[in-house]
Design a protein. Structure first.
Length: 396
């Protein structure tokens, strides 16, 4: 950590060059004594990435940024705030602290937070930023969090782990056994120091596989932001897993949160009702699609599915729904003759359980992107390929 970067003139330069061409800054003559152009570029790039992802850091003067990979790997403020709602008590240990975003928001909820990070420079950066942000109840330890558990007698109300999802070649991974640490190998050690573990994993991790491998799962939270799944959060307890596991889905949007919760076993024992498209079409948000709660969603809201694998729902009644709602204008059999009517017209295209991709449909039928019309290409309950032409309904 080069503290010269915190000098006022340097900070002003970084602020003024946030939108500059990075290559030109890198190749230009050094501007400041004892600061390389590479270091300046790192601050500019990372601060730029923090603008929308970490507004508290971006808007606080005197923040020191790590390289952009650390910013890319850290939680966003939105998801970190959500995680903080899941914990309670007096003490929490963040065993894989990184840039400290999650630990910062935990510190707003927990009396004493222990932040562990093996990277010495990152530890220095987190300690500096914590002081700048006014955090006085967080201890930063430059050590391996898992190894610390083996050498301490401390117990914590919660332990939080966000395993690294990069291999030795910096390639992205998502399976538990490929992440560092492989949390499945350390559960006994963790539960010797806490009764509650909050685990963050990749959205790509298969939920069924995770339940089997982790064994102690009591809740799973599927967190999406603006209809993009960002995190799977697993609450594990030092006790046998319940027979009926609770799955909670949330899609955090600019206009409000879309929430739908269900029990894993209920999904297995629920039967879907099917029908042809009725007056309204309902498309689940990304968190729901990831959760796999397809049958229980329809049963809970009184909706029919179009087909077992289409994951689109329909009804004659309009209701608020955790996803998008459309009014159906026409249902058209999919064939070349019928598609001629859409040539050179604008439309938003979605495919569900359909053998042709969106790009292929646009190319084959010369459909332009955009406009107010929505076209769903899917398979109905009779096995026929259909096109559903609709308008989107916006709730106040």
């Amino acid at each position: 950590m080069n503290k010269n970067i915190l000098n006022t003139g340097v900070q002003v330069f970084i602020e003024n060059y946030l939108n500059a061409d990075i290559l030109s800054v890198m190749l230009s003559k050094p501007r400041f004594k004892d600061i390389s152009q590479k270091e300046l570029v790192q601050q500019i790039e990372s601060k730029k990435k923090a603008q929308s992802k970490l507004p508290t850091w971006f808007n606080t003067p005197g923040i020191y940024y790590p390289n952009k990979l650390h910013i890319a790997q850290t939680s966003s403020e939105i998801t970190a705030r959500y995680k903080a709602t899941l914990v309670d008590g007096k003490t929490l240990a963040d065993l894989t602290g990184g840039f400290g975003v999650d630990a910062y928001f935990f510190s707003q909820k927990i009396a004493r937070v222990y932040h562990f990070e093996w990277d010495k420079e990152l530890c220095q950066i987190v300690s500096h930023n914590s002081s700048i942000l006014g955090v006085d109840n967080m201890e930063t330890h430059c050590s391996d969090g898992i190894e610390f558990l083996q050498s301490t007698d401390l117990r914590f109300d919660w332990i939080y782990v966000d395993p690294s999802r990069r291999d030795v070649s910096k390639n992205k991974v998502y399976k538990l056994e490929d992440c560092t640490p492989n949390i499945s190998l350390h559960l006994d050690r963790i539960f010797s120091r806490t009764n509650h573990l909050l685990l963050k994993t990749s959205p790509l991790l298969d939920i069924t596989a995770g339940i089997i491998e982790l064994q102690h799962v009591h809740e799973i939270h599927v967190v999406a932001v603006n209809n993009e799944v960002k995190e799977l959060l697993w609450i594990l307890k030092n006790s046998p897993a319940p027979e009926d596991l609770h799955i909670k889905t949330i899609n955090i949007t600019n206009t409000g949160d879309e929430v739908f919760n269900f029990y894993w076993q209920k999904e297995k024992h629920t039967m879907s009702d099917f029908s042809v498209p009725l007056r309204y079409l309902y498309e689940p948000n990304a968190a729901l699609l990831k959760s796999g709660g397809f049958k229980v969603l329809g049963a809970t809201l009184g909706l029919n599915k179009l087909q077992e694998h289409s994951h689109l729902y329909t009804a004659n009644t309009r209701m608020e729904f955790p996803g998008r709602t459309f009014e159906i204008l026409k249902v058209i059999p999919y064939n070349k003759k019928n598609m001629k009517a859409f040539k050179n017209k604008k439309a938003n295209i979605t495919t569900r359980n359909f053998p042709v991709t969106v790009a292929q449909l646009r190319k084959q039928h010369k459909i332009l992107d955009g406009g107010d019309e929505y076209l769903f290409f899917t398979t109905d309950c009779t096995g026929e390929r259909i096109l559903i032409q609709c308008h989107k309904i916006k709730f106040p």
